[in-house]
Ligand binder design. Structure first.
Ligand code: NI
Length: 259
């Protein structure tokens, strides 16, 4: 029923994945999409997707790994995209938070992967941190590469930014920060974004939702984020979970084909 559209099960913080998958399945989570950060982690995502029926994966190079994005890396990411359980190119984007960073390299890596997504007929999962202006500019200029859609993951921006992204046809994904006590601005965004454009995620193993902050985050926590979104929308949690699942299937169309 619940869908975690962005997690990192490949992360070394997860020691016993059999237990993690069993636990989130018991919590009603039926889909977890493992987001690649480089070719190596995308490949681990593929292996996990082959092992666990509820796991799907995305192939991509994270902006903080863009220095390693050479021809080999690029080709591996393209090849992985053909896998029946590879539902997106991601995570890709811009990160001007973690220093040092190479803006030019990040932008080139990002735009190149937007092209790969179009070529492979896949949506994109986008990461944006401290980079709103460049992000919006690049997405607008490269709108033709977004024909298969995309999502701004772990959204933390303003209502105005969300509106620009909605106009580009993108989805907005909410993660643990929506549940934090200081989430005032994000509450306004969650009220503003239409239900049929919302997604949920954990971004695990990081960013555990309230009241579990500081613990190891896993996809089992996505119902907490869904429940928070539902209460902001004044709706029943299961009703919202159903809408999110439909949204995820509309965006990540290979989810259905892979079943
Ligand atoms: Ni992530």
């Amino acid at each position: 029923m619940y869908v975690d559209t962005h997690c990192h099960l490949h992360d070394q913080k997860f020691e016993d994945l059999n237990a993690v998958v069993e636990e989130y399945s018991k919590s009603g989570v039926s889909v977890a999409i493992d987001m690649g950060c480089c070719a190596k982690t995308s490949k681990i995502g593929k292996d996990l997707a082959e092992k666990f029926s509820s796991v799907y994966f995305a192939s991509g190079c994270h902006p903080s790994d863009s220095n390693g994005f050479d021809d080999n890396e690029r080709q591996e990411i393209i090849d992985l995209a053909d896998h029946p359980k590879c539902v997106a190119i991601g995570e890709i984007g811009l990160d001007y938070y973690w220093e040092p960073y190479d803006k030019e390299k990040q932008i080139q890596c990002f735009i190149d992967q937007l092209s790969i997504a179009k070529y492979k007929k896949l949506p994109v999962s986008i990461h944006s941190r401290n980079a709103t202006e460049d992000m919006l500019k690049i997405l607008k200029v490269n709108k033709d590469k977004l024909v298969y859609g995309g999502v701004l993951h772990c959204f933390s921006g303003s209502v105005e930014t969300a509106n620009e992204l909605l106009k580009l046809g993108l989805y907005i994904s909410f993660a643990g920060p929506l549940t934090f006590k200081n989430a005032n601005r994000l509450l306004d965004v969650a009220k503003f974004v239409p239900e049929d454009r919302c997604l949920t995620e954990t971004d695990s193993p990081y960013l555990a939702p309230h009241p579990l902050r500081g613990t190891l985050n896993t996809p089992k926590n996505v119902p907490i984020i869904t429940a928070t979104l539902a209460s902001i929308k004044g709706k029943d949690t299961l009703e919202v979970a159903k809408i999110i699942k439909t949204n995820a299937e509309n965006l990540f169309t290979k989810l259905i084909k892979a079943k």
